[in-house]
Design a protein around this ligand. Structure first.
Ligand code: ADP
Ligand code: MG
Length: 382
């Protein structure tokens, strides 16, 4: 579910970042290590994305590919349609300054420049604002992160949290459309961290695309999208959202086993009283749960949407479909389907998931009973 204070991105905003089959292998004296194992990821303009994963899972490496700081071993990165690795090093550097604001995991402030000068540096580099405007602009950014009183201090003279805030102000210096931040709240107390996230939310509402690496799962409540990375591979987001209690390794295994299905508006997905062989998760779109009546019209008893599931009652009770399911009339629906065998396997892997799904089954059967009772009452009075 999307919390109320986040702004869901309209489904149709343009794709701004595309990563295709991205592989990164590090070669060192210790041997080869593949940190990214074929990443495919598209981000839309205005999305506020959290990238989550354990330490060493490849989060920073992923960001370095996106910003053009490190070369992929193979695969492509397109930012606003531009192939990042097709340009020369010097062109890329200028391109980066104009298109990306970057908050590094270890800040990388220049130690001999004060905070104000550090923030002005990217403006100088890309020639943004008139020279005499720059100090004022930089000061506004420092004020935005609560550092106006420390503008003249060297980085070493302020706390790590303040250095991090200064690095965030610097990342905003050229008003770039994309903000990339590697654990930007890692050194902040929870109140300062919350302020930084407020700031990111505001920027995202203004249309900036924000990619934020974090290992704090609570942050994902504030972002419009969460991408999970595990050992250099992305976990399917629908599986992660729909079955959040699974371990990442089970999610990854399922990502490989799912079948993708697509239905036109109004198409029948499951027919009442026919046997069900799959567990379905909704990736995008809506489905109507429909009861077919012998004499009257079909009745829509509920509507399910993104990250809801169906088919579980039949798979668990071993029966035939208790209702029909069809794609809503509004738009096509994208589904992920898991075979009965894989569904039973995942329930075995995760007792918590089994419990959550069983609870859902009980609730849905109860709801169904109440609908039946209401209908019978209609018959009495009708
Ligand atoms: P995260 O940011 O998720 O903690 P990283 O992207 O920094 O993880 O690293 C992913 C993996 O790649 C780690 O196992 C790390 O040791 C390895 N790695 C990262 N950079 C290099 C490098 N320059 N040389 C060799 N291995 C590296
Ligand atoms: Mg990292």
């Amino acid at each position: 579910m999307v919390p109320e204070h986040t702004q869901p991105v309209p489904g149709d905003s343009p794709v701004i970042i595309e990563m295709q089959n991205l592989v990164k292998t590090f070669i060192s004296s210790a041997g080869e290590f593949t940190a990214l194992q074929g990443i495919n990821l598209n981000l839309q303009e205005g999305e506020f994305v959290a990238v989550i994963g354990k330490s060493g899972s490849g989060k920073s490496t992923l960001l370095n590919m996106l910003t053009g700081i490190d070369h992929p071993t193979s695969g492509q990165v397109l930012v606003r349609g531009v192939d990042v690795y097709a340009m020369s090093e010097s062109k890329r550097s200028l391109w980066r300054g104009r298109n990306l604001g970057i908050v590094f995991q270890f800040f990388q402030l220049l130690p001999m420049l004060n905070l104000l000068e550090n923030v002005m540096l990217p403006m100088d580099y890309v020639g943004m604002y008139d020279i005499d405007q720059r100090p004022k602009k930089a000061m506004e950014l420092l004020a935005l992160v609560g550092l106006e009183e420390h503008a003249q201090k060297l980085p070493a003279a302020v706390s790590r949290g303040q250095q991090q805030s200064a690095a965030i102000a610097r990342a905003l210096a050229t008003d770039a459309p994309i903000l990339v931040a590697d654990e930007p709240t890692g050194n902040l107390d929870s109140q300062s961290a919350s302020k930084i996230i407020d700031l990111f939310e505001m920027l995202s509402r203004q249309g900036k695309t924000i990619v934020m690496v974090t290992h704090d799962p609570s942050m994902t409540e504030r972002t419009s999208r969460t991408v999970f990375i595990s050992d250099g591979e992305l976990v399917n987001e629908t599986i992660a959202q729909t079955l959040p209690l699974l371990t990442h390794s089970v999610m990854k295994e399922l990502s490989k086993r799912v079948k993708r299905l697509y239905f036109q508006p109004g198409a029948v997905i499951l027919e009442q009283k026919k046997s069900v062989g799959f567990f379905y998760m909704i990736e995008k779109g809506k489905v109507d749960i429909v009861l077919k009546e012998r004499r009257s019209n079909d009745v829509v008893i509920s509507t399910l949407m993104d990250n809801d599931f169906f088919g579980e009652i039949e798979l668990l009770k071993g029966g035939k479909s208790i209702a029909s399911v069809r794609a809503s009339l509004e738009r096509p629906v994208d589904l992920l389907a898991i075979s009965r065998e894989d569904f039973l396997w995942l329930m075995e892997q995760s007792p918590l998931t089994e419990k959550a799904i069983s609870t859902m089954v009980q609730e849905r059967l109860e709801e169904r009973k109440q609908t039946d009772r209401r209908k019978n009452r209609w018959k009495l009075f009708g």
